[in-house]
Design a protein around this ligand. Structure first.
Ligand code: PBG
Ligand code: MG
Length: 330
């Protein structure tokens, strides 16, 4: 091994052109998936207080965001509905309604943009249940696995029929990937992808999201009987292995930055497309630091995004997607 002064690692860092030439990993707009919240109405922009800079949009606004994303080179949107309280129920059956808010948003985007952009749809019952859990519950409030999977299959078929390109189950029930894949094949949706939220942790970073979809005030207790324990990494590999065996096209690790080790290990172990979700609490943390004068937003956004690429991710779901894409094209 050559050492100093023959080797000076600072040599290649001395100029901007050389730093650019030696950079190992780049992040581009094509690496971004933009999560958007849909609300009822027309011409509505409803700011989410715990996610400063992020709004819920009515379907017309969602279409405008989709066109903006196409112009910015963002390849995919992730949609989440804020379901009206009177459409929420114990069993979340609004998820199966072919005319629900989600389906109307999917159709409107596909009508306006076609295959210029992908639409990824979240599969889980929490935006539709009156109790805020991701699945059906028993009298004790325990989330029932197999009964929930049946609902999720129906929800997935509903979204696929509306035009969803990627089904993204975020519920953490066992066996749902296989059940959904089989149902999609049976219904002729052979090219509808599944991006599994395979390693999703019971995290303190989801608070603002639950505000955004209107489930925070409804949720009693927590999601620890189905989402993963933050202390577990080996278990994440088993989760991923099972979802791949059941037919997932890609897998997600969530949250993002606190779980970069998981993303990295999943990539190294399986070599499949891995995505990370830089979740609402991570976004809020950056924005709070900026508001406190403690951080430079642009630098922090770009640094965190490139770290996901360095860890081996194919892409990142981030609420900063549009801002980041604008920075990258400068
Ligand atoms: N199935 C629900 C779902 N899908 C995406 C998120 C969180 C995303 C974020 O915090 O940005 C959650 C929240 C939860 O599990 O309670
Ligand atoms: Mg699983």
């Amino acid at each position: 091994m050559t050492t100093y002064p023959m080797t000076r690692l600072r040599r290649t860092r001395a100029t901007a052109w050389s730093r650019a030439m030696h950079r190992e990993v780049l992040v581009t707009p094509a690496d971004l998936i933009w999560p958007l919240f849909v609300t009822e109405g027309d011409g509505v922009e409803d700011p989410i207080l715990s996610l400063p800079g992020v709004s819920r949009w009515s379907v017309d606004g969602i279409v405008a965001r989709a066109k903006e994303a196409v112009a910015l080179g963002i390849p995919c949107l992730a949609l989440f509905p804020n379901t009206q309280p009177d459409r929420r129920s114990e069993d979340g059956k609004e998820a199966l309604n072919p005319d629900n808010l989600m389906c109307r948003a999917i159709k409107a985007i596909k009508d306006a943009c076609g295959d210029d952009i992908g639409v990824l749809t979240d599969v889980a019952l929490d935006p539709y249940t009156s109790h805020g859990q991701d699945g059906l519950i028993d009298e004790q409030g325990y989330v029932l696995n197999d009964q929930t999977v049946e609902m999720l299959v129906g929800q997935s078929l509903n979204q696929a029929a509306a035009g969803a390109d990627i089904i993204a189950p975020s519920d953490m029930m066992d066996g749902r990937i296989g059940a959904i894949r089989e149902a999609l094949e049976g219904a002729g949706h052979i090219n509808v992808q599944i991006m599994s939220y395979a390693a999703k942790y019971a995290s303190a970073f989801y608070g603002p999201f639950r505000d955004a979809v209107g489930s925070r005030g409804l949720l009693k207790g927590n999601k620890k009987t189905y989402q993963m324990d933050p202390g577990n990494a080996e278990e994440a590999l088993r989760e991923v292995e099972m979802d791949l065996a059941e037919g997932a096209d890609s897998v997600m690790v969530k949250p993002g930055l606190p779980y970069l080790d998981i993303a990295c290990r999943v990539k190294e172990t399986f070599g499949v497309p891995v995505f990370a979700y830089q979740v609402s609490g991570e976004y809020a943390m950056i924005e709070a630091a900026v508001a406190a004068g403690a951080a430079d937003r642009d630098a922090m956004v770009l640094e965190t995004l490139v770290s996901f690429k360095r860890a081996g991710c194919s892409g990142v779901l981030t609420y900063h997607a549009a801002h980041a894409a604008r920075l990258m094209s400068k």
